[in-house]
Design a protein around this ligand. Structure first.
Ligand code: SAM
Length: 241
């Protein structure tokens, strides 16, 4: 029997209308729709494609082990994640072996900090894959702010907030324009760093860009205990004249 194909679909930042035509066609054609989630209700990736899924497709949740809190800092965490990717790759492989096409959806772009890449690394040698780029949160956040991100010769620096504080400071101090990702519990460290560098007045917090519950506010006004993992801080260019 011919094996199925694995579609790694970037589905955009959350608004179901921000999926590409190519991803939409493959999503609708798939026998199985697999979606990573931290939540029993399916979370943001599933919400981003909910209007596009037909009732005949198998839905396959890939339920992350806890990704926040003390567990994420424990020495055992990398192994826990490897075990999760191994076990869920097997679940996907079972469907592919049975000749079913599997769409594995990923918020934003699959190869831009996207978790799809960990399944791709385990499955792409054995099965045919089609990977489709998506609108990343890096693109969606400036649109949500209604501010251009960069112009002319600006250099854009993209930083995961998980970097050590001294490295964040060194990279931010050299940046024209910056996007800081992976916030949430890393927020206080980033805010302190922006304050030391005199960047607080330029920095904008964008939470859940294009999703339900989108929030945009100056970093200065953000309550650290009310931040969300699905947020970025943007230090944009000056308004173009
Ligand atoms: C593991 S990375 C995935 C990035 C994703 N592949 C992309 O291209 O946007 C997760 C981080 O992306 C950012 N993110 C993803 N979707 C977002 C959204 N709709 N609004 C704001 N930030 C978002 C957050 O910084 C979050 O911590």
């Amino acid at each position: 029997m011919t094996t199925g194909r694995l579609f790694g679909l970037g589905v955009g930042p959350g608004d179901p209308d921000l999926i590409t035509l190519k991803a939409l066609k493959l999503l609708k054609a798939a026998d199985v729709v697999a979606y990573p989630t931290g939540k029993a209700d399916g979370g943001n990736a599933r919400a981003a494609v909910a209007p596009h899924i037909n009732g005949k497709q198998e839905l396959l949740p890939l339920l992350y082990p806890t990704t926040a809190g003390p567990l994420a800092d424990a020495p055992s965490y990398p192994q826990l994640m490897r075990d999760f990717y191994e076990a869920t790759s097997q679940e996907i492989a079972d469907r592919l072996e049975a000749g079913k096409d599997v769409a594995l959806i990923c918020l934003g772009d699959p190869f831009f900090y996207g978790s799809y890449m960990y399944w791709h690394a385990r499955l792409a040698e054995r099965f045919e894959t089609v990977v489709v780029p998506g609108v990343s949160s890096v693109m969606a956040a400036p649109i949500a702010m209604d501010r251009p991100l960069c112009h002319r010769s600006d250099v854009v620096t993209v930083l995961p907030a998980t970097l050590p504080e001294d490295e964040l400071e060194a990279r931010l101090s050299a940046a024209d324009v910056a996007v800081i990702m992976k916030l949430g519990r890393t927020f206080p460290k980033v805010r302190r760093t922006l304050d030391r560098l005199g960047l607080l007045d330029r920095a904008v917090y964008v939470e859940r860009a294009s999703m339900d519950g989108e929030r945009i506010l100056p970093v200065r006004n953000v309550e650290p205990d009310e931040t969300d993992y699905f947020s970025v801080i943007i230090i944009p260019c000056d308004a173009p004249g």
